[in-house]
Design a protein around this ligand. Structure first.
Ligand SMILES: Nc1nc2c(ncn2[C@@H]2O[C@H](COP(=O)(O)OP(=O)(O)O)[C@@H](O)[C@H]2O)c(=O)[nH]1
Ligand SMILES: [Mg+2]
Length: 254
């Protein structure tokens, strides 16, 4: 029975209404442990979106009991997430959790994110920097770029976010539907632009302090030159979103 059909009968436990979506690129080394941890914590609906990996990511995902979507070529985290949201919407999942394949996110934090959805939020973002004790280390260039993006998002949204680049998030059913068509595809946009999109569309977005580990294997996706290019591009996108919105609000007020 699909979660939607069973839910109408009121018979589906919360975990069966939740889809864990894992965007994955060349993560054959980390994936088995991540899937085992999810399974032993009771998360049985897991979709790995393999995005043109050159290693055995898809095979490891299937071996670990996950559903696997194999994209024909690399679409980036945004394209993978949009695929995941479409699948979740079609199958009637009521909540989605975005989770890294590299072992950085803690399975134990998932219920705390989902609890905020139960309390009425549409999106709960796991933040490395919201806790009093900051244990997460990152390089200087990346930390600087992320800091500027954080300030920009705070200015444009009128909300204070401590971790705009976190990929550990939970989404409500209405946000699943929204993002199935609108999740941004470009690099960096999948984090910062999606946050602003959700705020501008009137969804309630909250942050939840979490601890993240350093990645267990493989390579982080950001290289400096690429980061600078995408950083400038995303700044332009954010500025144009904000100006379109203020023109629209101006017209409504007039
Ligand atoms: N589908 C897909 N997943 C990706 C891509 N690049 C990175 N990922 C995955 O997205 C997640 C986050 O990427 P990561 O490099 O760990 O980013 P970081 O945690 O922000 O340093 C991991 O599960 C990666 O395997 C990509 O191009 N496509
Ligand atoms: Mg990671």
């Amino acid at each position: 029975m699909s979660p939607a059909a069973a839910d109408a009968a009121g018979t589906v436990p919360a975990r069966d209404r939740t889809l864990v979506i894992i965007p994955a690129l060349n993560e054959e080394q980390s994936l088995p442990a991540v899937l085992a941890a999810l399974r032993s914590a009771g998360w049985h609906h897991v979709l790995v979106v393999d995005d043109g990996s050159r290693d055995r990511t898809a095979a490891q995902a299937a071996r670990g009991g996950a559903m696997v979507a194999r994209l024909p070529f690399n679409l980036g985290v945004g394209g993978a997430m949009r695929t995941g949201f479409r699948f979740a919407a079609r199958r009637g999942y009521q909540r989605a959790v975005q989770f890294d394949a590299d072992g950085q996110h803690r399975v134990d934090d998932i219920p705390r994110l989902l609890q905020r959805l139960d309390e009425g939020a549409d999106m709960a973002v796991g933040s490395r920097f919201a806790a009093a004790e900051r244990t997460y280390q990152q390089g200087r260039v990346r930390a600087g770029a992320m800091g500027m993006l954080r300030v920009t998002i705070t200015l444009l949204s009128g909300r204070r976010f401590s971790d705009t680049s976190s990929g550990f998030r939970a989404y409500s059913a209405s946000l699943i539907d929204f993002f199935a068509d609108a999740f941004p595809l470009e690099y960096l946009s999948d984090t910062v632009e999606s946050l602003l999109l959700a705020c501008y569309a009137g969804f309630s977005v909250v942050e939840v302090p979490v601890t993240m580990r350093v990645r267990e294997a493989g390579r982080p996706s950001t290289r400096h030159v690429r980061l600078v290019y995408h950083y400038l591009r995303v700044m332009l996108v954010l500025a144009s979103m904000a100006s379109r919105r203020s023109r629209r609000l101006g017209r409504v007020a007039a």
